[in-house]
Design a protein around this ligand. Structure first.
Ligand code: IMP
Length: 189
């Protein structure tokens, strides 16, 4: 492989196909939607520094692409949250496993979620972070599964609304696997 820093082509990514994952949203559609959402959120918030709060681990790839699409001044924070414990159904118990590194009081904050399913996590995090007195608190979710909602919560910005299927890829996992798929796919055992 070439290590020429001026080279303009990169090798194709390795194929990934274990027979369990079917493409739901292609890499190209994800990229186009994330770019559009970044522009939409920036237009709405204006030229202010935005503190993006990525919810680990599922949002790490979305967050990486979104902060570049937002442009302007952006701070990156992360919150560790666990609610699934390796299965395909939520336990319904939200637990903070890693807190923010810096105070967010007075900041314009954006919670960056991979997916809103039952809504328990987003609802919990919204209350949790609102208590830290940000100047504003908006939410963005790449995916929304409204069919499984248990609490009445909706992200301010949603990338794609999807049916009640368990999805993996682009940060989302099943038992810590599949996060590195460049697309979003439906998992079937
Ligand atoms: P909620 O609290 O039920 O809304 O779930 C939120 C979290 O559950 C998300 O941040 C994901 O980490 C995880 N989750 C929900 N649905 C899926 C899925 O289809 N695939 C992978 N993770 C999911």
């Amino acid at each position: 492989m070439s290590d020429d820093p001026t080279a303009t082509t990169s090798p194709p990514p390795p194929r990934y196909d274990d027979g369990h994952v079917q493409v739901l949203i292609s890499q190209e559609r994800v990229a186009a939607r994330v770019a559009a959402m970044g522009a939409e959120i920036r237009a709405e918030l204006g030229d202010v520094p935005i503190t993006c709060i990525g919810v680990l681990k599922g949002s790490f790839i979305f967050m990486a692409d979104l902060v570049r699409a937002l442009g302007g001044q952006v701070r990156c924070e992360f919150l560790g949250v666990s609610s699934y414990h390796g299965g395909t159904r939520s336990t319904g118990v939200v637990r903070i496993t890693e807190d923010l590194r810096h105070p967010i009081e007075g900041h314009h904050c954006l919670i960056v979620e991979d997916i809103v399913d039952t809504g328990l996590t987003l609802d919990y995090l919204h209350h949790f972070l609102a208590g830290r007195k940000p100047a504003s608190l908006r939410t963005v979710a790449l995916l929304d599964k409204p069919g499984r909602r248990e609490v009445d919560v909706k992200a301010d910005h949603v990338g794609f609304t999807i049916p009640d299927e368990f999805v993996v890829g682009y940060g989302l996992d099943l038992g810590e696997l599949y996060r590195n798929l460049p697309f979003i796919g439906v998992y079937s055992p």
